[in-house]
Design a protein around this ligand. Structure first.
Ligand code: NAD
Length: 208
């Protein structure tokens, strides 16, 4: 059976969770990467059965998440992590959450994966129009929101969508450009474009 790593799952409302369920229903083993500040509440909720109802698969069994890895996709190596994040209480309790360290941990734990899904985004200034967005906000959106694996984009990459600011439309354009060489990734791009907003945590932050 296939082993999948889905980056960007921190509750049961988003695309990451839905994709994990589809893959689990198809028989895949599920590993997830959860944003470090959201890790505690996600693991606690999982343990306490808060997601049990949404874990039910079509055959009646519950989706198992084999392992939850803390992840902050903005940092590649420990050397990239600034002091204020390192000493932040929400980060200090976890370790090995930079991109390279997570990849290393997964390799140590499981050897390899078959499927990698990038289902994360973060635009700190998403509610600001692009012209009012600071350089830092813009670069932060680009940094967190692009991946060159199987990714989820949004139609705002090519059409004007009011409210999708802060460099997020640019981040999605970059993501599509980076994803284009991988032919099967385009399938998700088109599906998402035709489905309209899903009221995930990220989408609520934008006011969708
Ligand atoms: P979501 O809130 O469920 O998922 C986004 C996740 O990204 C969250 O779990 C958050 O904790 C995580 N995250 C943010 N910064 C991170 C970081 N630095 N490192 C690791 N994780 C980080 O919302 P969603 O809407 O399901 O988003 C999933 C993907 O789908 C995103 O790429 C989003 O842009 C895309 N998308 C969503 C919609 C929609 O309608 N909701 C439409 C098109 C595309």
């Amino acid at each position: 059976s296939k082993r999948a790593f889905i980056a960007g799952v921190a509750d049961d409302n988003g695309y990451g969770w839905a994709i994990a369920k589809s893959l689990a229903a198809a028989g895949a083993e599920i590993l997830v990467g959860t944003w470090v500040p959201a890790l505690n509440i996600f693991e606690t909720s999982l343990r306490r059965g808060k997601f049990d109802e949404s874990r039910v698969l079509p055959d009646g069994s519950l989706m198992e998440i084999t392992k939850v890895y803390p992840l902050d996709a903005v940092f590649d190596n420990p050397d990239d992590v600034p002091e204020d994040i390192k000493s932040n209480k929400r980060y200090a309790g976890s370790s090995n959450w930079t991109v390279k360290e997570v990849a290393e941990s997964v390799k140590q734990d499981f050897g390899s994966i078959d499927i990698l899904v990038h289902s994360l985004a973060n635009g700190p200034e998403v509610s600001k129009p692009l012209l009012e967005t600071s350089r830092n906000g813009y670069l932060a959106a680009l940094s967190a929101s692009r991946g060159s694996s199987l990714s989820l984009t949004y139609i705002a990459s090519e059409r004007i969508i009011p409210g999708y600011g802060g460099g997020m439309s640019s981040a999605k354009a970059a993501l599509e450009s980076d994803t284009r060489p991988h032919s099967f990734a385009r399938y998700i791009i088109h599906r998402i474009k035709s489905t309209g907003p899903l009221r995930s945590r990220a989408a609520k932050a934008i006011g969708f």
